[in-house]
Ligand binder design. Structure first.
Ligand code: NAP
Length: 291
């Protein structure tokens, strides 16, 4: 008879469905109270296959939750001015509460300029410097969706995070830094590991909570993990196994799983939570607008 594994696999799909159900209900209740339908606009430049799939999934989720949504599609060769004009128009629209410009943009367009141009109260990606500043000064309003989704999973799995040692691998503006900030605000002791860290594995072995946001397939094996840690794998890396395309995380799931208390799978972990948190942010933006 096979022994039952004590490891808990955190089901991001199930949790995101639950979040979406909660939000769908909130949207309906607010509309019954006379508030406008929250609106999300996604801007897609070009036809990158991955971006096209991400945008389709985001819109599908928004519609499922009862939001008004639209996609502005621009040609890959469009000018900076054309893109700027689209964002300015969306900033001014009363029926749009959240704006997301799908990244990456074609090389001739400035991501920094576009991030700075989005009205910070509609910045559902949480990348505008105003929202970055609000998060780091403990007044968060719109927080980047991926770290927000990771926090949701950690809180539901562990409850109060006070006093836990959290190690975040990666210091990007979209995942690593905001993740570290959120953990700090949840009273964790936080370490950030990056490509210049000396003996990253030794630091990670001290972590009660280990968040991997690196972009290196299966970098984290069991020698990086403290027994009983909760491991959140943000990585999405395309690999080939037996000639077939396969997505893997930054964590070697098979190697690590029986050493930790809980772990997120790839796919089906952080990814679905990221989209659910985009809807959450759109609702937050709509509520701020209505105050
Ligand atoms: P990024 O901007 O490339 O940042 C990667 C970070 O990892 C950098 O800070 C880098 O350090 C660090 N790093 C690289 N190699 C390392 C090593 N060997 N040891 C320790 N640190 C190392 O990537 P990102 O945008 O944060 O994304 C990270 C991963 O998450 C990617 O796989 C991405 O596809 C995935 N992702 C998933 C979602 C989702 O919804 N699930 C959302 C966003 C991103 P330096 O700063 O020193 O270069």
């Amino acid at each position: 008879m096979q022994e039952e594994s004590p490891v808990k696999v955190i089901d991001g799909r199930k949790l995101s469905d639950l979040l979406l159900e909660e939000m769908t209900q909130e949207v309906q209740e607010r509309m019954q109270e006379g508030y406008p339908q929250p609106g999300l606009a996604v801007v897609l430049v070009g036809e990158d296959p991955a971006s096209t799939i991400y945008v389709r999934n985001k819109i599908r989720c928004a519609e499922k939750a009862g939001l008004f949504s639209l996609v502005k599609r621009l040609d890959a060769s469009c000018s900076q001015q054309t893109l700027d004009d689209v964002v300015v128009e969306l900033n001014e629209r009363e029926d749009i509460h959240g704006i997301l410009v799908q990244l990456p943009l074609p090389k001739h367009l400035s991501e920094e300029r576009i991030i700075n141009l989005i009205d910070p109260t509609k910045d559902v990606d949480g990348f505008h410097p105003v929202n970055v500043g609000l998060l780091s000064s403990g007044q968060a309003k719109l927080v980047p969706c991926t770290p927000l989704g990771c926090m949701e999973m950690l809180k539901r799995e562990m409850g109060d995070l006070t006093g836990k040692h959290a190690v975040v691998i990666g210091r990007s503006n979209i995942v690593g830094k905001p993740m570290a900030n959120l953990l700090l605000q949840a009273n964790c002791t936080v370490s950030i590991v990056h490509s210049k860290t000396i003996d990253a594995a030794a630091l990670c072995r001290q972590a009660d909570i280990l968040v991997a946001a690196v972009g290196v397939a299966e970098l984290v094996d069991k020698s990086w993990v403290k027994p009983g840690a909760v491991v959140i794998d943000v990585g999405i890396n395309a690999t080939e196994v037996d000639g077939k395309r396969k997505l893997v995380g930054d964590v070697n799931f098979a190697d690590v799983a029986d050493k930790c208390r809980a772990i997120t799978p790839v796919p089906g972990g952080v990814g679905p939570m990221t989209i659910a948190c985009l809807i959450k942010n759109t609702l937050t933006a709509a509520k701020q607008h209505d105050i």
